[in-house]
Ligand binder design. Structure first.
Ligand code: HSE
Length: 300
């Protein structure tokens, strides 16, 4: 028995929602091919598209560890699997690469085991993949990669995750500059304490973004795509950040910020045409600094 599963890239944080907001895109993403084997243990047979950089040891691989934790939970460690992972997205890009592998892996395993758990119940195991990848089991990449669409993590303990409908014409432009940012490092530089005034500003934007998506109100979405806590610290890791963001807004984007822990930037726009224009303008700004980039445009 064998299954092929695709899990999409994701934009975590979405400006104001550090560790609590994320959305999935249509592409890029990761593909896992999982096959049952007659002996126990998980064997990572092949990884492509990673330039040989990802570990094949099960406990260090995000897909491997997610499946291992899942099998332990359902009491079926006797079931062995052979796994091939095909990465069709950049590593260390802020697009949830480690999350997509973990999600594809655990989803595939659950299907082959006859679906004993619901899709939502798979989340904690995919989160274990994140813990291995960057030391923190955040759900703002695995959540949307697993469930699709725009996702809110209202609480981590207990885990409470909600899918929020988005307006039909909402598009994301994502630009991935050819530099790498390590999530662990990008978390390490953050201020551990923030003022009440800053918290109030951020809470206003968090509430405004959810309201803007639900109403829907594109202008409100745009006004709410502001991050006064995380972005100021992380922007320094991305050369040309201010210029690229300004170019996105000047081209008609509703708002623009860092995707996950970066270095990718995302912008939201009303309509695909604007989103395409925004992506080109952002890439041109990176190019002016001598930094090559990949661009993706996707409906949310
Ligand atoms: N919320 C996480 C962070 C996402 O910003 O560190 C990492 O991809």
């Amino acid at each position: 028995e064998k299954i092929r599963v695709y899990a999409p890239a994701t934009v975590a944080n979405v400006a104001c929602g550090f560790d609590i907001f994320g959305f999935a895109v249509n592409h890029p993403g990761d593909e896992v091919v999982l096959e049952k084997k007659s002996t126990p243990g998980i064997l990572i047979k092949e990884i492509t598209g990673d330039d040989g950089r990802l570990p094949k040891a099960v406990e260090k691989n995000t897909a491997g560890i997610a499946i291992q934790k899942y099998l332990a939970h359902i009491g079926r460690e006797d079931q062995g699997f052979e796994l091939s992972l095909h990465k069709d997205m950049p590593l260390g890009s802020g697009l949830g690469s480690s999350a997509a592998s973990a999600v594809a892996g655990v989803f595939a395993a659950n299907e082959l085991m006859g679906r004993p758990l619901s899709q939502k119940d798979l989340l904690p195991f995919a989160m274990e993949g994140e813990r291995v990848a960057c030391g923190s089991a955040h759900a703002d990449n695995v959540g949307p990669s697993l469930l699709g669409g725009f996702v809110v993590i209202r609480s981590y303990d207990p885990l409470d995750i909600i899918q929020v409908p988005v307006p039909a014409d909402l598009y994301a432009s994502i630009v991935h500059p050819q530099i790498e940012v390590n999530t662990k490092d990008a978390r390490g530089i953050l201020d551990k304490e923030i003022s009440l005034a800053t918290t109030i500003t951020q809470m206003g934007n968090v509430a405004g973004l959810v309201a803007g998506l639900l109403l829907p109100d594109y202008e409100l979405i745009g006004r709410s795509l502001v991050d006064v806590i995380i972005e100021p610290s992380r922007a320094i890791l991305i050369p040309g950040f201010a210029e690229v963001k300004a170019a996105a807004i000047a081209s008609g984007a509703l708002g623009c910020s860092i995707s996950g822990s970066g270095p990718s930037l995302f912008a939201l726009s009303k309509g695909e045409e604007t989103a395409q224009k925004v992506a080109k303008a952002m890439a041109a700004e990176f190019a002016a600094l001598g930094i090559g980039s990949e661009q993706y445009v996707s409906q949310i």
